[in-house]
Design a protein around this ligand. Sequence first.
Ligand SMILES: [Zn+2]
Length: 220
Amino acid sequence: MGGLGSGRRKDRARKTVESHLTLDVNLLSEKGCLRPGCSSTCQWIVSNEVVSINLRAEAERLSLSYNVQVGNGERQDIAETIPIVRLRCRFGGSRAYFICPGPGSGTDCGRRIAKLHLSRRYFLCRRCNHLAYASQYEQPRQRALRRVNKLRERLGIGVGIAEPLPDKPKGMWARTYGCLLNEILQAEILANEAQANRFKRLLAQVDNDLQADRPKGRRC
Ligand SMILES: [Zn+2]
């Protein structure tokens, strides 16, 4: 039986925000799950299994209950309470934030935050869980290509350099179209430069290895 915390050893080793279950206060607010008295369930698919947590909202907090697999493989029922604050927006209305219940360095964390991530037993902020964003691990070329793909999607075309750039889409301002083309060009130049630099490093490495393997006194 899987469930929360199981089947995720590989993901956990990567320690990125994206590989952990996330509670988004804005999403919960949109769906009405933060209304005092509301009981709801959040579900995810992890390793082909549905895992869920139960939520119960009160005026200034959200109570969670779920079951996780802990380090030694045993399962444990967890009850967690997350304080919620609502701040007035500049143009009216209010916006909800979680207050991270995690322990910081010597004191409680208390960060006002929109997203909490499950690592080990509890939903805590990214810093308390020591999680990085996946993009922080990306190589320069991957980062540039991701940027290219994102920009291409804005022009309504699929990812990949092979697909030709379209004419200006109907309804798009010429200036916006021009800016997008320019940004795609710059990102593609960066990606190509990063690729060329990698080739150079690999070739230099091969050259070094060949030098090291070559018997002394012989030249080719
Ligand atoms: Zn925290």
